[in-house]
Design a protein. Sequence first.
Length: 397
Amino acid sequence: MAHWQDFYTESGLPPVINASGTMTGLGASIARPEVAEAMASILPRFVNMHALQAKASEAITRLTGGEAGFVTCSASAGVTQMVAATMTGCEPSLVERLPSSEGMANEVVMQLGHMCHYGAPVEQAVRLAGARVVPVGTSTLAQEYSLAGSITEKTAAALYVVSHHVVEYGQIPLDRFVAICHARNVPVIVDAASEYDLGGFLETGADIVVYSAHKFLSGPTAGIVAGRKDLVRAGYMQNMGIARGMKVGKESIYGTIAALEAWERRDHAAVRAREQAALEQWKEAASGLAGVLAEIVPDPTNNPLDRLRIHMNPREAGASVKALAHAMAAGDPPVIVRAHESELGWIQLDPCNLIDGQAEIVAQRLRETLERAARSGLEEPKYDGDAGVRAYMNWPD
Ligand SMILES: *Cc1c(COP(=O)(O)O)cnc(C)c1O
């Protein structure tokens, strides 16, 4: 069998080991072989795209319990198309009028604590449809009266974001959010791009749920929309309007169907066991060192997934967790860890996207780097508030 490094040698692309989870910046996730096969099989064929999307609707309906569904080019596009749907309904002249939303109910309410950044601001996906965002509450507190008070005759929809990126406290629970919106005839769209639970959000009564196909489903780069049939149809209709520039190809639609079918057959317990073995190995690699504490922690939004959280006391451990993340990524091959919360004094290692043989490399890198920190310290990265954008500013150089 080919070694995982062969691809990098052949393509000339720099190798990378992803211990950070599903990350768009690293190519999202490892697509299943069934997905790759399905995509290759449809690429050289013509198909009736409405029939293909209707087939996708059947698979989506079966897995989510929604009345209908369709595939988009990304979850982000799914949010934009579904916001558009709540403004235009199935009226083609309105579909073509967007992003000008004059004369339509065009406001979308969302809690301020949900306005996160997943590589782009979530609220921009709302504005892209021509809607106006109405923030509810303050950065860390949204109360029910604020939501109720923000809804007017101009309200088209309410958006609810489920994510480890959102504020974890002081937010309105989804079932209450839905009840308040429904009492005022406002449909609720749930952005659950990165969630495992394919049925639970619609069960709360939410009208629409949006997922990524390229996160836990290990599918192609695509989005999945499911829920109320009239809204799903109106969302699908945006393909003759603003969503033309967000076109999803036949290969991604067919690949998403294959990913959903593979999800139904997947031995989830075996996947968990493999992930746990990697976590135990990494925990062992981080043990017995002064000022270093490693613990296995559950996912914050209840996905059935654990991660290894590593805390460091810089005075005893010789370096900060930021320096640890930096040093692990500077090795050959780079090992990318989950460091977006490193200001809190910990980083995490995520086992969900490893190829055979990589867990050992991560364990070795972790041990070596921690031992080096204890011996002689690590270079402490300076605060760099624009690190994320620099890769864009300097690209393609
Ligand atoms: C990843 C993510 C998105 C974006 O999903 P894409 O399919 O990559 O567009 C949107 N919302 C949340 C909460 C996410 O985690």
